[in-house]
Design a protein around this ligand. Structure first.
Ligand SMILES: [Zn+2]
Length: 472
């Protein structure tokens, strides 16, 4: 087992450029005039007047738009003693789902808030637990330790991590609720991955950290969060992170393009509506920061899109007990004494031979040879061999009897289908603003900046909050 100190943390990660797209562009030449003016002098005069007017207009527009952008300040609080952030995570809410049907409440937060124009980029692997814990810690999975939804301690293979394992040895880094507690404030962790793990100043107080129960109605979760505002000022959690299982459930069963998804999306919109209404009744809708996001997207899968590892037998026999994870993310840990490099070489030889069904849809790597952008090597919890699966394909050890169509995720995090959404509304967010897509490891610094807390070291960019938030 890796100790936290053995896992390096990269500071001020600068891989992505979050500079804003200019909202106005300079026109280098005037548009051509289509009207057939006969008098060349008139044409010249007209052109001069037109170009001059256009230049004055553009100059004024540029000055006024830059003036208005820089002059918009964060709105001040009059009812709440401290900034408050509520984050709702909708599992598997693929980017664009909100356009499948009428979503007036999400639409209102987009119109009156700030949103990522092409969605929020998950971390690799695009699975639920790694991503929820990256959002919470600002760390890539090797550094926060949750490298899959289910995985063994490779040094003690009978010891497996699973969703319900709350032993702090698995959960590295400092999640937001712990940061808030360390700074002496209350936080609420409502079913979010990792909140039930007691770490540092975070004790998972029952009032703000209910035991996970998937049958708890969504409206009850919202109502419980709203109830916190009835507490004395000093006890109100300044951060609430709430998890909702939909529309991931429907996505897996039906795939991303099914009427059941549309229904689930409409339902999630009503959850947002309940939050807005509840905050409005208390007169604090404009003061509380609401962040809506998801953990990953969803891709359609179907029966013929499989790669079966037993078809590689002429090149290499992959034993079942070597496979830590299959499906959309293949990870293999061969026993000691078996060369991982040789397995990779033989597997890729077989996969590219044209003799393995859909073989060209899977490529395997020694983890240290994965492209760096995956950030999926620097942990001894990650098995030696990692297979990248093409969108919509699934890897299994051998053919089973029946397959059905549906949806899945776990693929390359740069696939558009794996993106989720990001919408934020509150005193520090400009109204109707679109920002570029960004990776979810940036959320940690964004939230600590809004709350005015000193955060823990993480993989997010230090400059990101300034590029998004209104100045105080
Ligand atoms: Zn998920």
């Amino acid at each position: 087992m890796a100790s936290p100190s053995s896992i390096p943390i990269m500071l001020a990660h600068q891989e992505y450029n979050y500079e804003e797209t200019p909202t106005t562009s300079l026109i280098s030449k005037p548009p051509s005039l289509s009207s057939p003016l006969k008098n060349i002098k008139s044409l010249t005069l007209f052109s001069l007047i037109f170009v001059s007017s256009l230049s004055i207009f553009l100059a004024f527009h540029l000055i006024s738009s830059s003036f208005s952008l820089s002059s918009v300040k964060a709105r001040s609080l009059s009812k709440l003693p401290h900034p408050v952030v509520i984050i709702f995570s909708f599992d598997g809410f693929r980017f664009g789902y909100n356009l499948k049907t009428s979503t007036p409440n999400i639409g209102r937060l987009i119109a009156e808030g700030t949103s990522a124009d092409e969605g929020l980029i998950p971390v690799f692997p695009t699975l639920t637990f790694p991503n929820h814990y990256s959002i919470a810690t600002g760390l890539f999975p090797p550094y926060h330790g949750i490298i899959n939804n289910y995985f063994p301690d490779l040094e003690n293979p009978t010891d497996w991590f699973s969703a319900s394992n709350h032993d702090p040895k698995w959960w590295l880094g400092e999640p937001l609720w712990q940061t808030v507690a360390r700074n002496g404030f209350n936080a609420a962790g409502y079913f979010w991955a990792g909140t039930e793990v007691k770490k540092g100043a975070w004790t998972c107080p029952p009032k703000f950290c209910p035991k996970y129960n998937s049958s708890t109605p969504f409206f009850k979760r919202v109502d419980d969060i709203l109830e916190y505002f009835n507490l004395p000022d000093k006890e109100i959690p300044i951060l609430s992170m709430v998890y909702f299982e939909d529309p991931d459930r429907e996505g897996h069963i039906y795939g991303p393009d099914h009427p059941e998804i549309t229904k689930a999306v409409a339902n999630m919109d009503s959850v947002v509506g309940r939050l807005i209404t509840g905050l409005e009744k208390r007169g604090i809708f404009e003061e509380v920061t609401i962040i809506l996001l998801g953990d990953h997207g969803m891709a359609g899968i179907c029966d013929e899109k499989y790669v079966f590892l037993n078809e590689l037998a002429p090149w290499i026999q992959i034993e079942d007990n070597w496979i830590n994870s299959a499906g959309t993310l293949l990870t293999i840990q061969p026993p000691s004494g078996v060369s991982s490099a040789e397995i990779v070489q033989k597997m890729n030889e077989g996969l590219s031979s044209g003799k393995v069904g859909n073989g060209d849809m899977l490529r395997v790597y020694l983890k240290e040879d994965l492209p760096e952008r995956f950030h999926y090597a620097e942990s001894n919890r990650i098995p030696a061999i990692v297979g990248l699966v093409e969108e919509g394909y699934t890897v299994e050890s051998k053919r089973k009897k029946t397959y059905e169509c549906g949806g899945s995720h776990g693929y390359d995090n740069l696939l558009f289908s794996m993106r989720t959404f990001f919408v934020a509304h509150g005193p520090r967010f400009a109204k109707g603003k679109k920002i570029h897509s960004f990776q979810n490891i940036e959320v940690y610094n964004l939230v600590t900046a809004i709350l005015g807390l000193k955060g823990a070291p993480n993989n997010g960019s230090i400059s990101f909050p300034n590029s998004v938030l209104l100045k105080k």
